[in-house]
Write a protein that binds this ligand. Structure first.
Ligand SMILES: Nc1nc2c(ncn2[C@@H]2O[C@H](COP(=O)(O)OP(=O)(O)O)[C@@H](O)[C@H]2O)c(=O)[nH]1
Ligand SMILES: [Mg+2]
Length: 499
């Protein structure tokens, strides 16, 4: 077991339903590992999986085990089997137990766990910190200690209202377990796995180098995920900013083209959501499809709804706020020159065009036949902010979480827009299994402060993209362009810095 070139073997143990399988899911970034449920005895066998570096090297083997249900019964039986006065050491006594008939009988489940612990380098003892410290927990720890392996208590459910980590730390210290790690498997701290590996490195000093290397590797993986995520968002924004749909100045035609513009933008946003979920190794169920309705239902979800824009603190010009063309800018075919939205909308619908004096009559003349619809700036901002909010949520979500991310994430709390009057901006009440919804709501009460605006650099880049219709992969005639790639890279960096 001391061969430092072999993967480090860890048994994940604890009472039933404390989140052992959940811990594996989150550490492995695998929502589908094992079976997780709010009822006893879901994990019946010892299932294992490897935690790999980015290059595929296995550093850790994690063994999920069934719950220790009758530690007290096992301890009593151990006393009969090998009375303490015989002075066998702990592992010898446990081996005697494993050789006894009860290993295939009454204590089959417990013996599977103990067998796994004897074969591993250390045990992670998972604790539901909402539970009071009970004699059964002390019995479990005594039994595990008899295996002669280091034990690292992992404090789970730390974000639940009833969690009492102080009581647990105190009780564990009394049992000689002074190193513990907080790790809420549904909403772990950003550096949760790093802290876990640090504690393990202290306990398993001959594996410390490998554990520190794994810690650094996981940090790199996280960084690359974030870089890829911001790149996906930059791609989306460039596609939306560069999108231009030709249009006559007939108001009916304009309204139809606007619908097409909205559809392409929304579909493109949905693709980005899916790509982000995939990059973070979450299923589509993590953030179910929000249909982004045109009106009503959930105003907060509508990309082109002025109310949604305001919730993100985005100022909307008067001319844009309502009407069939909300969210679209009418633009002129003048080498990408983008004119003020409100002003042009005013012109298009026959109102006074305040921009006329600013741009001059010649330009008004050129408007005559050659208009285009583009996605308006506030909508581009909203698109970016929503995706950044999603990335932040994915960053601090464990793969054990079962409740979908709340769609309200996309309309984070802000000054309530006057007259919203919808009353439906409260948290989604999602049907969920067992008691998780309540506990996960605890975790969800402290989301990171939402970003309120895109960085000015990004705005400048969006302006540039507007002038290049061929840069839009959802446009009429996309053409690959090195300058576009460079811009996407630079925008991704600016978004990364904003996160
Ligand atoms: N809210 C919340 N629920 C959790 C957490 N860890 C586990 N659960 C839930 O608790 C239940 C039991 O978890 P599971 O991993 O199956 O426990 P095991 O029996 O120890 O393997 C499942 O419904 C999990 O979704 C946590 O940190 N927070
Ligand atoms: Mg389990």
């Amino acid at each position: 077991m001391t061969d430092a070139s072999k993967p480090i073997d860890l048994a994940v143990v604890g009472h039933t339903n404390t989140g052992k399988t959940s811990l594996l899911r989150t550490l492995l970034r695998d929502e589908s590992f094992g079976e997780v449920a709010d009822r006893p005895g879901t994990t019946r066998h010892v299932e294992s999986a490897q935690l790999l570096t980015e290059t595929g090297q296995a550093i850790l083997v994690l063994r999920d085990t069934p719950g220790l249900e009758d530690a007290m019964g096992v301890l009593d039986y151990l006393d009969q089997l090998s009375p303490p006065q015989e002075r066998h050491d702990g592992p010898e006594r446990i081996r005697a137990l494993l050789d006894s008939p009860e290993a295939a009988g009454r204590f089959e489940q417990e013996c599977r766990v103990l067998d796994a612990v004897l074969k591993t380098d250390a045990a992670l003892y998972v604790i539901d910190t909402r539970d009071p410290v009970l004699p059964k927990h002390r019995d479990e720890l005594m039994l595990l200690a008899a295996c002669g392996r280091p034990i690292l208590p992992v404090l789970n459910f730390t974000r639940a209202a009833l969690s009492d980590t102080a009581a647990w730390r105190d009780a564990l210290a009394r049992l000689g377990l002074h190193a513990t790690v907080d790790f809420d498997t549904v909403a772990p701290a950003l550096d949760g796995e790093g802290q876990l590996l640090d504690r393990l490195a202290l306990m398993l000093d001959h594996h410390a180098v490998a554990l520190q290397a794994l810690r650094a590797d996981l940090g790199q993986q996280r960084l690359r995920r974030l870089q890829d995520a911001t790149r996906l968002i930059a791609e989306l924004l460039v596609d939306a900013a560069a999108l231009r749909l030709p249009c006559s100045q007939d108001p009916t035609d304009m309204a139809t083209i606007t619908l097409g513009l909205r559809k392409r933008t929304r579909d493109r946003e949905q693709d980005c959501v899916h790509a982000l979920l995939k990059r973070y190794r979450f299923s589509k169920m993590t953030f179910p499809h929000h249909p982004l309705p045109l009106e009503g239902e959930r105003w907060g979800m509508d990309l082109f709804n002025p109310q949604a824009l305001r919730t993100f603190g985005i100022q909307v010009g008067k001319g844009l706020a309502t009407g069939a063309m909300a969210g679209a800018t009418i633009d002129v075919l003048t080498g990408g020159l983008s004119l003020g939205t409100a002003a042009l909308l005013g012109a298009a619908i026959g109102g006074a065009w305040q921009g006329a004096s600013q741009w001059g009559k010649r330009l008004v003349g050129r408007l005559a036949g050659n208009t285009e619809m583009t996605v308006d700036d506030p909508v581009l901002h909203l698109l970016g902010l929503r995706q950044l909010a999603l990335v932040r949520a994915l960053e601090c979500r464990g793969h054990a979480a079962m409740r979908p991310i709340d769609g309200d994430l996309l309309t984070p709390p802000g000054p309530e827009p006057a007259g919203s009057g919808t009353g439906d901006s409260g948290p989604d009440v999602t049907q969920d299994q067992g008691g998780q919804a309540a506990a996960e709501t605890d975790a969800a009460t402290t989301p990171p402060e939402p970003l309120r605006r895109l960085p000015p650099d990004v705005q400048r880049m969006l302006d540039e993209a507007r002038g290049h219709p061929a840069w839009s992969s959802i446009g009429e005639d996309p053409v690959p362009d090195a300058r576009r790639e460079a811009l996407v890279g630079a925008m991704a960096q600016a978004l990364f810095a904003a996160l």
